[in-house]
Design a protein around this ligand. Structure first.
Ligand SMILES: C[S@@+](CC[C@H](N)C(=O)[O-])C[C@H]1O[C@@H](n2cnc3c(N)ncnc32)[C@H](O)[C@@H]1O
Length: 335
């Protein structure tokens, strides 16, 4: 068997047991650090265990203000069709070349928090590493009036997060059991004001999520912002989505064989991401749900950024979908 033969093989979805084992080990590590270093701040533990990646709120502000660097930064942004009007993509240098980078995902989420935000919720939260980073970024004073909710599939992920919250001792943190195939967000029923709900590489794990999740969010009393950070940008390509839905294994095996050809082309990036998704039975219906909800006026799309960063794996890049639920929209329930 050649390397390419090995590479194109389908692996299938990750099991709950395997994910639980992984989060169980994270829980053990949190216990160990917390017992050995009880005075260490939660930010230190996050930085050591995975990441503390908050970045600048508006990396373009320097370029906008400084006459000398302004034209060059503008030219670098122009190459990728961006301007200083936006804060999302900013000029950068990598490996001796001018390039661009994207604002930190955690910083973006922090920017979605409003004065009247009373709850921040991550669905498919694992050990809530994203929620804890937002908490560190917002600080304890602002967080006094915010409840942080980690809604997670595995018991082990919930337990690890509870442990880290207990180490902090001040965060209003709640862990809930949650399954995208049978969603229950009743823990938000009594929340007033504004809720920020987000997902980060968790919908990816579920081939078909229950679209009624959107109806449940729309039915809440509070105003709802929903941000997905998911590797589903390839779903915008009709052919790739059609082949995935048709379970065309041969098509994706062939794409897998092309993985290393023309690596600087946009097409290769898109096809490789679709291939990765096929290989692990990743999500198929997020972009359809967003499209339908937008069409029926249930949500307003504030921002969509395809394949803007690949934090852990260039085969599995994140796309961002920032949505606002339209209050009082009279829409047919999703079936
Ligand atoms: C790659 S991890 C990401 C975790 C977290 N969002 C993060 O950024 O660290 C995927 C998460 O999705 C969760 N997950 C898998 N299947 C799920 C399901 N059916 N419903 C809800 N979450 C699920 C897993 O338990 C895991 O915590």
């Amino acid at each position: 068997m050649t390397a390419v033969d090995l590479i194109v093989k389908k692996a299938g979805a990750r099991t709950k047991k395997s994910q639980g084992t992984a989060w169980g080990k994270i829980g053990d590590k949190i216990d160990k650090i917390s017992s050995a270093r009880p005075d260490d701040h939660i930010s230190t533990i996050l930085a050591e265990m995975r990441e503390l990646d908050i970045g600048r709120p508006d990396p373009n502000s320097f370029y906008r203000k400084r006459e000398l660097v302004q034209p060059l930064g503008k030219a670098v942004l122009k190459r990728v069709g961006k301007t200083y009007d936006d804060f999302f993509i900013y000029p950068d240098v990598t490996n001796g070349q001018y390039t661009t980078s994207a604002v930190s995902s955690i910083r973006y989420l922090m920017g979605c928090v409003r004065d009247d935000t009373t709850a921040i919720v991550e669905l498919g939260s694992g050990w809530s590493v994203n929620l804890f980073q937002i908490y560190v970024g917002l600080g304890q004073t602002r967080s006094k009036t915010i409840d942080y909710h980690g809604a997670e599939y595995t018991d082990e992920g919930q337990a690890a997060a509870r442990r880290l919250a207990a180490h902090d001792g001040k965060i209003n943190y709640h862990a809930h059991s949650f399954d995208y195939r049978n969603p229950d967000i009743s823990f938000l029923n009594d929340v007033k004001g504004h809720i920020l709900v987000f997902t980060r590489h968790s919908i990816e794990q579920v081939d078909v999520i229950d679209p009624r999740l959107y109806d449940m969010l729309a039915a809440l009393d509070a105003e709802v912002t929903l941000v997905h950070i998911e590797p589903t940008g390839w779903q915008r390509d009709k052919t790739l989505l059609y082949r995935r839905k048709a379970k065309d294994n041969r098509f994706f095996e062939d794409i897998g064989g092309l993985m290393l050809s023309e690596v600087s082309s946009r097409r290769r990036q898109l096809e490789n991401a679709a291939w990765w998704s096929w290989r692990l039975d990743y999500n198929l219906n997020l972009s359809t749900i967003i499209g339908q909800a937008s069409k029926k006026g249930q949500i307003r799309i504030v921002r969509r950024e395809y394949d803007y960063v690949a934090a852990a794996n260039i085969l599995n890049p994140s796309s961002l979908y920032h949505l606002e639920f339209v209050r009082g929209a009279a829409v047919e329930p999703t079936t």
